[in-house]
Design a protein around this ligand. Structure first.
Ligand code: SAM
Length: 353
């Protein structure tokens, strides 16, 4: 995540764009991003999938956390990622996991998870190893990304075996843009079109009456405020018992945030929803306005301070962090927001760090 600022891609650091970074002057970035056509713009958004997973794989290879599956989805980074990037991803992965596990605990895994814009995320496999699988785990991403993920799953037994092991009943359904087994399903769909999304998920046995957790890890910001509001409203109206977790940028109106935006735009990647990333308050409000309740939002520096301190100490010893101030600024420009709807009184409103 920190990577993003340093390398110019908020959250998903790429090579090359950053070195002069903080001192860079705003250039013709806005016009370049605006000039990109819809296909090019979507391609840049799809590119963030690779950025996120390469950063996660690098941090895993240094020992920040364990993920035996990420290696099957992405290549190892050619260059080292900066320590502040690795620490940022550590906080992101642990912060999001913490809330997911709290939801699984409250529902006793009698629930479903829908990971929106899942990219090459490996959570399904990690939850299976921990015996924490929900009744069904869904992933959604652009068809092109899904095709890549399915290819990896089909060709790598450490990925396909857990799906087969958790499958029961008829043979599983698989084509180039979707895979459906009893516990894991992946669907190629554009999140900007919620009726198409719902239809596809229902074909894969989405049960709207089951407690449902929707996860959007660095995804909504790539949609316009209207498009992400439609998605959030669809979710709030569709599932009577549900929680949503959104990880993304915050405090983007200050100078640091503006440079993050400019660096991205220079690479044709437009944060179409950035105006909702103004403050923790604006993040909470967008959830409440979309029909969610009990909305909370905290920045990643706070999340970092809430993580188990023995493990934080361990990861802080892995690499020397020179730029403490940069790390803190980065962490203050990302947040986790969550909200719930709980007609069954499962205690979802009390989930907190
Ligand atoms: C920054 S990546 C994050 C991937 C994953 N959530 C993670 O944190 O590792 C953003 C992902 O959202 C997906 N995405 C963005 N907009 C989307 C849309 N409109 N429809 C489907 N997927 C989308 C991208 O393709 C990409 O895989």
């Amino acid at each position: 995540m920190a990577a993003d600022f340093r390398r110019g891609l908020p959250n998903e650091g790429r090579r090359g764009a950053w070195p002069q970074g903080r001192r860079q002057r705003p250039g013709p970035a806005r016009s370049m991003a605006a000039a990109a056509g819809p296909d090019e713009a979507d391609e840049a958004v799809r590119g963030t999938c690779e950025d996120a997973s390469v950063c996660k794989r690098f941090a895993v290879s240094v020992g920040y956390w364990k993920d035996p599956y990420i290696q099957y989805f992405v290549r190892q980074a050619k260059e080292r990622k900066a320590p502040e990037i690795n620490r940022g991803y550590y906080a992101r992965v642990h912060g999001v996991s913490y809330l997911i596990k709290a939801f699984l605990e409250r529902t006793e895994c009698n629930c479903q998870i829908v990971n929106l814009g899942a990219g090459m995320d490996t959570l399904f496999w990690r939850l299976k190893d921990e015996n924490l699988l929900p009744r069904k785990y869904f992933e959604v991403d652009f068809p092109m990304i899904v095709a890549r993920k399915i290819h990896n799953i089909k060709s790598k037994p450490p990925l396909s075996k857990p799906i087969m092991e958790s499958h029961s009943g008829d043979s599983l359904l698989i084509d180039s843009h979707s895979l459906d087994s009893s516990r894991y399903s992946i669907v190629g769909a554009d999140l900007r079109f919620s009726s198409d999304l719902e239809e596809k998920l229902k074909k894969h046995s989405l049960d709207v009456h089951l407690p449902t957790l929707l996860v959007a890890e660095c995804v909504l910001v790539y949609m316009t405020p209207q498009q992400s509001a439609n998605l959030l409203k669809w979710a709030a109206n569709t599932f009577p018992v549900a929680m949503v977790i959104n990880y993304e940028q915050v405090n983007m109106r200050d100078r640091f945030g503006q440079i993050m935006i400019e660096n991205l735009q220079r690479r044709q990647c437009n944060l179409a929803g950035v105006e909702l990333c103004t403050s923790l308050q604006s993040q909470r409000e967008r959830l409440l306005e979309s029909g969610w309740e009990n909305a909370r939002a905290i920045d990643m520096m706070k999340v970092y301070s809430f993580l188990p301190q023995a493990d934080v100490k361990r990861i802080e010893a892995l690499e020397f962090l020179d730029e403490k101030e940069l790390f803190e600024q980065l962490m203050q420009h990302y947040c986790i927001c969550w909200a719930s709807k709980d007609s069954s009184n499962l205690g979802l409103a009390n989930i907190d760090f």
